[in-house]
Design a binder for this molecule. Structure first.
Ligand code: SAH
Length: 237
C-alpha cells in the first residue's frame, strides 16, 4: 500500500457519461474484490458522483485506486475501496447517527448520508479551514443540506449531537481519542487507522458493548494522513 503515485494534474476531458460508466465498473470491481457487499452501500456508491468531490485538475482520475489531493494541508480524498472497507466493517445502516472525523472532500459524508437516510444523521468535522470550505461548497452544490459540517478539532468529537451509533476517523491516530469512545453509544462501533504517519497503519474496529466493555479487532493495513488536534500527532511529540 506504500508509495501511491498521484498522476499529474491535467485539464479534465472525460464526459459525465464516461465517468458514470467508470463508476459502474468500479463498483463491479469492488463487489468482486469483496469490499462491497450490502445493497444500501452499493446503491450509495452508484448514486454519489465521486468526481464532483475532486478538484478539476484531478477529476478525470476519480475512479483510479489512488488517494487524490484536495485543498488544504495534507488533505486527500481517500482511494475508492476505503469507503466500502470502512462502512461495511462498521455495518453502517439506515437510521444510524454517524460521526465522521476528517471531512476532507465531503465524499465520505455524502455516501454516509445516502446510507443512513433522512431518518439518520451525519455529522462531519474538519480541522483545516480551507478543506472545510471545499467540502461545504461541495455539499451546497450537490444539495446535501442535511449533513452537518463542523469546523474544528474532531479528536474531541462533537458533544451536542452525541451519542453516535457509528464513528469513523479518516486520519491515523496515536490511540483512539477518549472523547470519541465516550461519545459512542452502547452497542456502537468505531473504526480508525492507528499508527505513525511514517509507516503503514492498523485499521482498528472498536465495539462498545451494551455493558460498556470495549472490544477491538484489527482489520488490516492502511495508509492515512495523520490526525491533528488534541489527541492527534501534532501534540503527541
Ligand atoms: N473522509 C475524507 C478523506 C479525509 S483525509 C473524504 O472522504 O474525502 C483526512 C482529513 O482529516 C484531512 O482533511 C485532514 O485535514 C483532516 N483532519 C486531520 N486531523 C483532524 C482533526 N483532529 N479533526 C478533524 N479533521 C482532521
Amino acid at each position: 500500500m506504500l508509495g501511491w503515485v498521484v498522476p499529474p494534474p491535467k485539464r479534465p476531458i472525460k464526459t459525465k457519461k464516461e465517468l458514470l460508466e467508470e463508476r459502474r465498473e468500479k463498483i463491479q470491481w469492488l463487489i468482486k474484490q469483496n469490499f462491497l457487499k450490502s445493497q444500501r452501500i452499493i446503491n450509495a456508491m452508484l448514486k454519489v458522483p465521486r468526481e464532483e468531490f475532486i478538484p478539476e485538475l484531478y477529476r478525470d482520475y476519480a475512479y483510479l485506486e489512488v488517494p487524490l489531493p484536495i485543498p488544504g494541508r495534507k488533505a486527500t480524498i481517500s482511494c475508492p475501496h476505503s469507503y466500502p472497507l470502512f462502512y461495511e466493517t462498521l455495518e453502517l445502516m439506515e437510521h444510524d447517527k454517524f460521526l465522521e472525523v476528517g471531512t476532507g472532500s465531503g465524499y465520505g459524508a455524502a455516501l454516509a448520508m445516502e446510507i443512513v437516510g433522512t431518518k439518520g444523521k451525519v455529522v462531519t468535522i474538519e480541522i483545516d479551514e480551507e478543506t472545510y470550505e471545499f467540502a461545504r461548497k461541495n455539499f451546497e452544490r450537490l444539495k446535501y443540506k442535511d449533513i452537518l459540517p463542523i469546523l474544528g478539532d474532531g479528536s474531541l468529537g462533537y458533544l451536542p449531537e452525541a451519542p453516535y451509533d457509528k464513528i469513523c476517523i479518516t486520519a491515523s491516530c496515536p490511540k483512539i481519542p477518549d472523547p470519541l469512545i465516550y461519545q459512542l453509544k452502547f452497542g456502537g462501533k468505531l473504526i480508525t487507522p492507528i499508527g505513525s504517519p511514517r509507516s503503514v497503519q492498523d485499521l482498528i474496529l472498536m465495539e462498545k458493548e451494551q455493558d460498556g466493555t470495549l472490544k477491538t479487532k484489527s482489520i488490516g493495513n492502511v495508509l492515512y494522513v495523520p490526525l491533528r488536534g488534541k489527541y492527534g500527532w501534532s501534540d503527541y511529540f
